[in-house]
Design a binder for this molecule. Structure first.
Ligand SMILES: [Zn+2]
Length: 129
C-alpha cells in the first residue's frame, strides 16, 4: 500500500495546473463585467471546481484499484506504472482499456498470505509461494 503514495502525489500534482487554469478563467475579465455576469462566472467556477474534485477523487480510486488488480495479476511494475499514468490522463477510458487487455482469470485468496492472486499463475505475486 505504501507504493501507491507516489501515484497519489503524481495525480495531485497533475491537478494543480488544471485548478490554476480554472482560477485564471474567472479573473480574466474582472474589470469590465456586471454583477450578474460576475455571479454567473462564480457559478461556472464552482461547477468547474466540483467537476475536477470528482475527477480527482474518482481518479485516485481508479488508480488504487488498477494498482491492486495489476499486482494480484502479477503484471510487471513498469507495466503497472504505465497503466496508472494512462488512467491519470484518460480516467475511465483507461480503466476500460485496462479491463479489456489485462490477463483474464479469477482472483482467489492466497492460501499462504491471504491476499488476492490470479488462480492461473504458479507463484503468488505477494509472497512468492
Ligand atoms: Zn501469497
Amino acid at each position: 500500500m505504501k507504493r501507491i503514495i507516489p501515484f497519489v502525489f503524481a495525480l495531485l500534482l497533475l491537478s494543480l495546473p488544471i485548478m490554476a487554469l480554472a482560477q485564471n478563467y474567472s479573473y480574466k475579465y474582472e474589470g469590465d463585467i456586471t454583477p450578474d455576469q460576475s455571479a454567473q462566472q462564480e457559478r461556472v467556477r464552482a461547477l468547474v471546481i466540483s467537476f475536477f474534485s470528482i475527477y480527482i477523487v474518482t481518479g485516485i480510486m481508479i488508480c488504487v484499484w488498477v494498482y491492486k488488480d495489476a499486482e494480484a495479476r502479477a503484471i510487471e511494475d513498469a507495466a503497472t506504472a504505465m497503466w496508472i499514468i494512462l488512467v491519470i490522463f484518460t480516467w475511465i477510458i483507461g480503466l476500460l482499456v485496462y479491463i479489456a487487455v489485462r490477463p483474464s482469470g479469477n482472483l482467489v485468496s492466497c492460501q499462504e498470505c491471504g491476499k488476492k492472486r490470479l488462480s492461473a499463475i504458479a507463484k503468488c505475486p505477494h509472497c512468492g509461494r
